[in-house]
Design a binder for this molecule. Sequence first.
Ligand SMILES: [Zn+2]
Ligand SMILES: [Zn+2]
Length: 246
Amino acid sequence: MQRSAESGRLAEFRRSLAGVERWLLPPACLLCDAPVPTGEGDMLICGPCRSRWRPVSGPFCPRCGQPGLADLECRLCAAWPPGLARVRSAVWLLDGARDVVHHLKYQGWWRVAESLAESMRHLEPLTGQVSLIPIPLGSRRLRERGYNQSERIAEALGRRVDIEVRTDILRRVRETPTQTALTPEGRQANVAGAFRAKGASGLRCVLVDDVFTTGATLAEAGAALAAGGAAGIDAVTFARAPELVR
Ligand SMILES: [Zn+2]
Ligand SMILES: [Zn+2]
């Protein structure tokens, strides 16, 4: 009994040692273990791995940014509440891009946000006098994770494109159950009334989130900003879930 408790402690010690080692050694790519040149700063993902992420390319639905036939009515955003005008995503949530989101959300690797932000910096909505607004996390999930991944992405992105990040505008007023098992309609109902905006009047907002799935959360946050008097509402995400590709 005691022996197994001891070996448990030893395993735990080894794990924390591996974590420390990761900080001390020259940076290695989280996806392939190749060294990442120190000139690339805090990237955690090497250039070749980043170059394998598949960009989301047009023609897009002008509103939700889903690639498709431009002359067909878009089923994805037709039922969104008014407010959110335009969403653009950098890459498809496939292979390495999916792994990197997992590292960011579930493995504590918040510094990987730098790599995500690097691939988002040229997205259309990031121009002119705008403010980046990360999608707020519910307080329970924030406690569990220790940080808001969308906020980490927004901060890394804001530094790159010289745009301010505002975390004081949008607030989650209701904790929402996880969306993963829900239909698109169920997702919209699940997040209805989940956000409230304060101080948004006249502000041109760009919402920031890690993944676009059906856009229900972004659309609801956009509706709250519109109700708060925002002058313009766009959104950017790192990845887009491919399940909805028609
Ligand atoms: Zn790599
Ligand atoms: Zn659309």
